[in-house]
Design a protein around this ligand. Structure first.
Ligand SMILES: Cc1cc2nc3c(=O)[nH]c(=O)nc-3n(C[C@H](O)[C@H](O)[C@H](O)COP(=O)(O)OP(=O)(O)OC[C@H]3O[C@@H](n4cnc5c(N)ncnc54)[C@H](O)[C@@H]3O)c2cc1C
Length: 480
């Protein structure tokens, strides 16, 4: 808060780089909770937004298209902690508003497809676990950010801008500068590298910003109609996947076949293959098929302009995918060949950090840019929503001076520094826990990280992460 000076104060100008889940959710939360002026700058053209222009293909291997195709985007599982935050931002009926499906059961089966009773997923009407397409969530966020009829100053979203350059010292992205730059640019590492360089970390910390997991994943969308012939997905005469809302997970563990029960659980996990299927709408089912990567598979990901390998290979052959999953029952393997289109994704996460903001408190990284996690715990978007909730709450009381007198305009810096320090203290431990537990389940955590963990149990982890009910409740119980 401005406590001294002329008393002439103004809301902040906040620039957000990246219109993914983290950037847009933060824009919505700031609009609803603060008087600040918010601009989101997105390199791809977003359907429903103005400003279309050239798009640069980056090292993340995003498709060389100028538009994010929200209708054919991949599916995500939104965890209860994330859906609770969406409730705080005004979502009332999650499944309906996201055109998604509520998770009610999960079924873990061996690769042989032997039937095992499904487990019921606990339901809380205020925090349901939801399967939906990422595009449906992006659409909801764009509307909540820009709809003139809703309370608060509408957010300006400029999309289709190509990859923008940033300058942290002037909180500037492209030609737009503000009081604070929120960097929500995902795995592209522009924001992350700039913040870590500003923190004074040597180049090896920010040039190689992400860790490639020893796994790759085939991913595709199946029309629900393609499932009608898969009788193995029927249980009690009902299609378990939809509309009942079941996540199916088939695992092949080579150690079982070798009778190698003594093997270290982490080494075992790293060798497993898994095929996961869940409904994301009344029309589509999302399929992910994970397998250990090999040098040959990794070499197929093209190198981008800056030397990094692309995150995706689009339109791979489904026969090739089915061949890799030869250990699975034929009717499970057939799910891969039933996908009209399959992509191959590299699985990556980010090293944990000591802080997410620049030393001069002019920029902060959020979402995947700050804490990308392996997908195995389905927390990526929920953690991004937690960032949005916490950052907007902490920035609410801040004001800048209208005076151009240097002494007065500097008053904002210590306020920002204090808010971002509290943001770190609330968010880092939670995000780091989800990153580490995902590495643990994936069999690729390094010993130093393992030592920093205070929770190894899946049940305890689930309660700790999924029962979170927003930053206000958290700070009431754990004052900063
Ligand atoms: C295989 C797979 C499965 C997953 N499954 C799940 C799941 O089940 N549940 C879940 O919650 N999460 C899941 N995730 C992760 C989830 O998708 C991410 O955590 C989440 O989308 C992160 O959101 P973000 O906004 O931080 O980043 P992004 O969604 O990557 O958004 C970043 C945005 O910034 C833009 N941008 C980048 N650079 C620039 C620039 N220089 N200038 C302007 N704009 C820029 C990009 O175009 C993009 O729109 C999965 C991910 C993968 C790969």
């Amino acid at each position: 808060m401005m406590t001294k000076g002329t008393g002439h104060e103004r809301p902040l100008d906040i620039v957000i780089l990246g219109g993914g889940i983290a950037g847009l959710a933060t824009a919505v939360a700031l609009r609803q909770r603060t008087p600040h002026h918010v601009t989101v700058l997105e390199r791809a053209a977003l359907q429903g937004c103005s400003n279309h222009s050239r798009r640069t293909v980056e090292d993340d291997g995003a498709p060389p298209s100028e538009t994010q195709h929200l209708d054919t985007d991949y599916g995500i599982a939104l965890a209860p902690n994330g859906s609770y935050i969406l409730g705080l931002l005004g979502m009332k009926d999650h499944a309906r508003e996201l055109r998604g499906i509520q998770l009610n059961y999960w079924a873990l089966r061996p690769a042989s497809d032997e039937e095992v009773p499904a487990s019921q997923f606990p339901t809380d009407p205020l925090a349901p676990a939801i399967f939906c397409s990422r595009g449906a969530l992006i659409r909801w966020l764009i509307k909540a950010a820009t709809d003139e009829s809703l309370p608060g100053t509408p957010v300006t979203i400029e999309s289709g801008l190509g990859s923008l350059k940033i300058d942290i010292r002037s909180a500037k992205a492209g030609s737009k500068s503000g009081d604070l730059l929120i960097l929500a640019d995902g795995l592209t590492k522009t924001g992350r590298a700039a913040v870590l360089a500003n923190q004074g970390l040597p180049p090896e910390h920010w040039e190689d910003a992400y860790i490639t997991a020893p796994q790759v994943a085939y991913m595709g969308l199946l029309p629900v109609s393609a499932l009608s012939k898969h009788s193995h997905l029927l249980m009690d005469g009902k299609l378990q996947l939809q509309p009942n809302g079941t996540l199916m997970n088939w695992t092949w563990d080579p150690a079982d076949e070798e009778g190698n029960v003594e093997e270290d659980p982490m080494r075992r996990a790293a060798k497993q293959q898994r095929l996961i299927l869940y409904p994301i709408s009344k029309e589509h089912v999302q399929l992910f098929a994970y397998l250990p990567s090999t040098p040959e598979l990794l070499a197929r990901f093209q190198r981008g302009a800056r030397g990094g390998r692309a995150a995706f290979i689009r339109n791979v052959s489904s026969e090739e995918a089915a061949h890799h999953f030869a250990a699975f029952a034929p009717n499970v393997r057939e799910l891969l060949t039933a996908c009209p289109k399959l992509d191959l994704a590299q699985i990556r996460d980010a090293p944990t950090l000591a802080s997410w903001h620049s030393n001069d408190a002019r920029a902060v990284i959020i979402g995947d840019a700050a804490h990308a996690a392996l997908p195995h715990t389905g927390q990526g978007s929920s953690q991004a929503l937690e960032d949005a909730d916490a950052l907007s709450h902490l920035l609410r009381p801040l004001r800048a001076a209208t005076s151009t007198c240097p002494e007065e305009s500097e008053i904002l810096v210590p306020q920002l520094a204090a808010a971002l320090k509290t943001f770190d203290s609330v968010r880092l431990p939670r995000a780091h826990l989800t990153q580490r537990i995902a590495r643990l389940f994936n069999g690729c955590i390094d010993p130093a990280e393992l030592q920093q963990m205070d929770c190894f149990d899946f049940e305890e982890y689930n309660v700790r992460v999924m029962s979170y009910r927003g930053v206000e409740a958290h700070l009431a119980q754990n004052p900063a």
